[in-house]
Design a protein around this ligand. Structure first.
Ligand code: NAP
Length: 339
């Protein structure tokens, strides 16, 4: 395609612990022409997701591992710039698995079209109106079975998924306690987002604060972080509590295996359940959920915050690490500058 250059970030080595710069290889090449039944997307936004850390492990996770030498797998969004595909025209906006690269040549597998509404920032389709919002929606309503009057605790509360979970729980008539790192984050969730309370796990004793804030126990715990915070909540369950196992970011870079909860027998004591889920399993119902989320957003009952970093695909490795340092508030997105 003309003289354009395609910058890519490929996986060069499997990381031990936090991915070092040597894990990645920066490659440039020509932009391909689309083959029959295929099209080219110019990627404009990359979604930074904690799950990407699991994708580069040897054993993979729920998805096969990214092969050494391959373009790093990533969700993102972009526009069709050339097409030999009957269903995709130049100018269409698509979202899904694009990879860490400027241009993707594809038959459309793993992508879907979106029609951006006027006045809605494009990055929101990777946030509240995309995978993030869908994760919060199905995790809380389907897996967590949240009900009016419940006490809900969510960790990673000022992150992409957690910030939506707390707001949805409020809409459901629950009392919401968020757990996040630092006073700015706790202030944001109890302020603009309307959570009932928040715990700063970096400066406060989580167990002691949970005892104060949830004296009758926790009905739903939406777990984004695992580790010690999961243990603290397991010690404060209400009878028949539901723990939504969404993720365990505190453990993703752990060397020598993940720490499991020492007190999991509380699930038996409190006749509770802990259930993992994957947002992809709900693909058939994504349309229904996005409609609801967009409706609440339009009514002002939901707020979406995107933490946008402007850069190039070469900024991916460093931007990715912000997730593990707690440097994002809301959904972390890398917006790609056109050269
Ligand atoms: P995110 O919460 O926006 O970003 C990560 C946040 O995690 C950071 O800002 C940081 O906030 C917190 N964090 C990092 N290290 C931590 C640690 N050691 N202890 C406690 N908190 C830590 O990311 P997200 O995209 O919304 O993802 C949240 C979780 O959901 C992840 O576990 C992810 O894997 C999972 N997820 C699952 C699905 C699914 O289908 N099951 C889909 C999407 C995401 P603080 O400043 O508060 O520490």
């Amino acid at each position: 395609m003309g003289n354009e250059i395609n910058h890519q970030v490929r996986l060069a080595a499997r990381p031990a612990g936090t991915p070092a710069p040597e894990v990645w290889q920066h490659v440039t090449g020509p932009v391909p022409e689309p083959g029959p039944g295929r099209f080219i997307v110019r990627v404009s936004h990359l979604s930074l997701d904690p799950a990407m850390r699991g994708w580069i492990n040897e054993g993979g996770s729920y998805a096969p591992p990214v092969e050494l030498g391959s373009v790093m797998r990533a969700l993102g969004l972009g526009r069709v710039v050339a097409s030999e595909h009957p269903d995709y025209a130049v100018g269409d906006t698509v979202t899904g698995f694009v990879g860490v690269q400027d241009y993707v040549e594809t038959d459309g597998t793993g992508l879907r079209k979106v029609t951006p509404a006027e006045g809605v920032p494009t990055e929101r389709y990777l946030a509240l109106l995309g995978m993030t919002g869908l994760t919060a929606y199905f995790g809380l309503f389907d897996v967590g079975a949240v009900a009016e009057g419940d006490t809900v605790v969510v960790s990673g509360a000022a992150g992409a998924v957690g910030s939506v979970v707390g707001q949805l729980a409020r809409i459901a008539g629950a009392r919401v306690i968020g757990i996040a790192g630092g006073p700015e984050k706790t202030g944001w969730v109890t302020g603009e987002l309307g959570f009932d309370a928040a715990i700063d796990y970096r400066s406060e004793d989580v167990s002691a604060r949970l005892a104060e804030l949830a004296p009758d126990g926790v009905n739903v715990y939406f777990d984004n972080v695992g580790g010690e915070i999961l243990e603290a909540v397991l010690d404060r369950l209400a009878m028949h509590a539901r723990i939504v196992l969404c993720g365990a970011i505190s453990q993703y870079n752990a060397e020598g295996g993940m720490a499991g909860p020492r007190n999991y027998m509380n699930l038996l004591v409190y006749r509770s359940r802990m259930e993992g889920f994957l947002v992809g399993d709900y693909a058939a119902r994504w349309g229904e959920a996005v409609e609801k989320l967009a409706g609440w957003l339009a009514e002002g009952r939901l707020h979406s915050r995107e933490d946008v970093v402007d850069g190039t695909v070469d900024d991916f490795p460093e931007t990715f690490l912000r997730l593990f340092r707690g440097e994002n508030t809301g959904k972390l997105v890398l917006r790609l500058r056109s050269e």
